[in-house]
Ligand binder design. Structure first.
Ligand SMILES: Nc1ncnc2c1ncn2[C@@H]1O[C@H](COP(=O)(O)OP(=O)(O)OP(=O)(O)O)[C@@H](O)[C@H]1O
Ligand SMILES: [Zn+2]
Length: 752
């Protein structure tokens, strides 16, 4: 008998993604277990060493001798049984390869790569935690020079500081420290560099515990009861904007921690992490760790290891944090649960909410979804009794929700206003400036002009790799493709197709910023969009500057619309919302409703009453009117009726199969063939109800120079359907299209 490891190897394609057997050599016997990261010989003549993950260790009688594992990573890179289970889950539900799943679960920094050692290929850590020299006074009396005295002055009260901090603080070079170590004035030791993230925080809440409102108290009591049940539980916390959901979270986390359980809190985007971290750190201090993609690799690794070692029992982060290696996970909170950012757009195309459900069920924990505008599917599930529904119907201080007014933009042009800001909105902004109150403006389009159209041929200038109009960015004087990043600089004056004159039109955030500065020269305007938040910690910097009152007006894209809590914002303006109503998605209305309700809810959260203006050319529009009334229940009732009638989730699952290739004809043919395989596979099977729509060109018909087609399948996403899909994929991999037309499967896509 041979001890063998069943290994899923990196770089496999979906159809060849299976387990390979390897013999475990004696020297690795003790270290290799299910979940181990290993290095294996792969391919003919073992041409390359590849990474893999051990799915099982077995004893078997091989027909021919097995290849041997080269190496295994140390224990702290082993996937726990639970996380290994998630690898299987992701493979089964999102149609990724094993290794893609592994990569999603273990952050880059914790992974290993192959390196040639003296006895063959070995595993090498990709990133090591850096150490840094730290100094403190020795207590010995030594005569010090003037420079040395400056150093010593920084190290009073037994303090220890790192070399770089000391040198900068005292204005001296490294040599001074070295001399002081030699002459015995200082002691030095190597320490793991503490990458303290979010250390410069100011407690946002008063020290004493806030008194919860009766509604909040009732909510906490019910959730705490669920938490204590020691069984998988799910709840939907539907609380109007500014109702104090965060305070309920804090209380619930206290309870969970007291029960010896760990907690995970997810927010939908990086911009919302600082606020959540500060609020939680104010209460729980260093027990809070962070996981999101804006951390550097070493920061991310360090935080990850802290969680793994059990030094942090509360984790805050964005989507990928759902895989944080927490043990005894008792509580998972997903804030703004309606946001589509919880769905990954690359393989594995998972939904963090679905993964959270798996984890809650594994750990017998409580999953809390929270929002002022819950996803229609989740509100429906609550109505069906599949999760508990809790409500916060009022703001905690009985402050009313903001008063909303529609501004009819059809009149503006006639009145001679060609700008993006209506006369009414300008009036209110002026009032706010006089009163020293703050304003938030939402426009969900970055750039200056959003299109360049030829006056002669009428064509909009498009990216030559993607079928989307290019956006004018004024500061750099260039046209930019927001899909592939391609640029034309300087921005052309004439149409590349016919030589006609180009007219730049459409309004993005940069243009509104300029308009505000021209109209209100004294106002301090802050713009927040993807272009101003590229730098490290930029969200945090800009938001805290706004919170401290260093700006009067915040203009931004959807990133300013939700979750933020500023006491001095009393006016909200919504610009350019009409276009979003026509987006190609069955969720378009839901999106607009949520976006508008959320941004309106940023106003009037402190003591000041809030008001909001929505600019539209269609003031009677149903969705906008309901959003203006902030009437979620009414919106939900209409939306769920629509979904039922036209068969959309939650009444079916939508599976989108995307095809992309260099030739348009061939791409469409591949999609058609796939559709045929599907229909043939399902024919005559009552257990496989499905409707195949398409093939049709994708919403963005060309991306990065590749044509895109899609099949939309209305189905029941169960084991039988997924098995059918796998069969179809196997059949496809024997077709002439394989390798030329790539296929991806997405159960969370929201276009149709
Ligand atoms: N019981 C309370 N005592 C004191 N302040 C409270 C209380 N409840 C809520 N607040 C304050 O009200 C504001 C809004 O609370 P919070 O940010 O938690 O709302 P939310 O429900 O998350 O809203 P949104 O969904 O709009 O983000 C915060 O500044 C919070 O500190
Ligand atoms: Zn492009």
């Amino acid at each position: 008998m041979t001890v063998a490891a069943k290994v899923a190897v990196e770089g496999a394609t979906f159809s060849f993604d299976k387990c390979y057997d390897y013999a475990v050599p004696d020297r690795l016997r003790a270290a290799v277990c299910p979940g181990s990261m290993v290095l294996v010989p792969f391919g003919r003549g073992n041409a390359r060493a590849r990474m893999g993950v051990v799915l099982a260790v077995v004893e078997l009688q091989p027909k021919k001798p097995l290849k041997e594992l080269y190496d295994t990573a140390p224990e702290n890179a082993v996937l726990t049984r639970e996380l290994l289970g998630l690898v299987q889950y992701l493979k089964e539900h999102t149609f990724c390869t094993y290794y893609e799943a592994v990569r999603a679960i273990i952050p880059y920094g914790a992974q290993y790569r192959a390196q040639q050692g003296p006895d063959g290929p070995r595993l090498q850590k990709q990133l090591t935690v850096r150490t840094v020299s730290c100094y403190r006074r020795s207590g010995r009396e030594v005569r010090l020079t003037a420079k040395q005295q400056k150093v010593a002055a920084l190290l009073t009260d037994g303090r220890t500081l790192s070399g770089p901090v000391l040198c900068e603080g005292a204005g001296v070079g490294r040599g001074v420290l070295d001399t002081m170590v030699k002459n015995g004035a200082l002691e030095v030791e190597k320490r793991e560099q503490q990458l303290e993230v979010y250390q410069n925080y100011v407690p946002a809440l008063p020290e004493e515990q806030p008194r919860l409102s009766p509604e909040q108290t009732a909510c906490c009591a019910r959730l705490t009861a669920l938490l204590r049940e020691d069984a998988p539980r799910a709840a939907l916390l539907y609380g109007v904007t500014g109702s104090g959901k965060t305070l309920v979270f804090v209380q619930l986390i206290r309870e969970a921690v007291a029960l010896g359980r760990t907690c995970l809190v997810l927010v939908p985007e990086i911009g919302l992490t600082p606020q959540m971290i500060y609020r939680l750190k104010a209460v729980f201090g260093r027990r809070v760790a962070v996981q999101h993609s804006a951390l550097s690799n070493s920061e991310r690794l360090q935080q990850w290891q802290q969680i793994q070692r059990g030094e942090a029992d509360i984790v805050v982060g964005t989507r990928s944090a759902v895989f944080a290696p927490l043990d005894r996970l008792g509580l998972i909170i997903i804030d703004e649960e309606q946001e589509h950012t919880y769905v990954s757009e690359n393989s594995p195309r998972y939904s963090a909410i679905e993964v959270a459900k798996q984890r809650a069920s594994y750990h017998k924990g409580l999953l809390v979804l929270a929002s002022a505008t819950p996803a229609v599917e989740d509100y429906y599930a609550a109505g069906q009794g599949r999760c508990q529904l809790l409500r916060l119907t009022r703001r905690y201080n009985e402050q009313p929700l903001p008063a909303v007014e529609m501004v009819d933009m059809r009149g503006e042009l006639a009145a001679g206003n060609t700008g993006a800001i209506s006369g009414r909105l300008a009036e209110e902004i002026a009032k706010n400036l006089d009163a020293g109150e703050q304003t938030i403006l939402l426009l969900n389009r970055r750039g200056y002009n959003t299109v360049a159209v030829c006056r002669d041929c009428g064509e909009a200038l498009k990216c030559n790799l993607c079928s989307v109009p290019m956006v004018y960015h004024k500061k750099e004087d260039r046209l930019l493709c927001h899909y592939c990043g391609g640029a034309i600089s300087p921005a052309p004056r004439v149409c590349p197709a016919c030589g006609g004159e180009l007219r730049y039109a459409g309004t993005g955030t940069q243009r509104v910023e300029e308009e505000l500065e021209a109209r209100f020269p004294k106002a301090r305007v802050l713009r927040m969009d993807m272009d101003t938040t590229q730098g490290k910690n930029s969200h945090e910097r800009l938001l805290s500057a706004f919170a401290q009152g260093r700006y009067d007006i915040l203009i931004g894209t959807q990133m300013v619309a939700k979750g933020l809590d500023f006491a001095r914002v009393s006016l909200v303006g919504v610009l350019g919302i009409d276009q979003l109503l026509f987006a190609q998605s069955y969720r378009a209305f839901e999106r607009v409703f949520s976006l508008v309700t959320q941004v309106v809810g940023r106003g009037g959260r402190g003591g000041l009453p809030g008001r909001a203006l929505i600019q539209t050319v269609d003031p009677q529009n149903r969705v906008l009117s309901l959003a203006a009334a902030q009437d979620y229940e009414a919106f939900y009732a209409e939306e769920i009726a629509f979904r039922r009638l036209h068969l959309y989730p939650p009444f079916c699952s939508l599976c989108m199969v995307q095809f992309s290739g260099a030739q348009e004809r061939e791409t469409a043919d591949a999609a058609r063939a796939f559709g045929t395989y599907l229909k043939e596979g399902a024919a005559g099977r009552g257990d496989l109800p499905l409707r195949v729509l398409g093939p049709a060109p994708a919403g963005v018909a060309m991306l990065h120079g590749r044509y895109r087609y899609k099949l939309t399948i209305k189905c029941r996403n169960d084991g039988a359907f997924r098995e059918l899909l796998r069969q179809v994929q196997r059949r496809y991999s024997g077709s002439p299209y394989v390798g030329r037309i790539s296929v991806s499967i997405d159960f969370n896509s929201d276009s149709d």
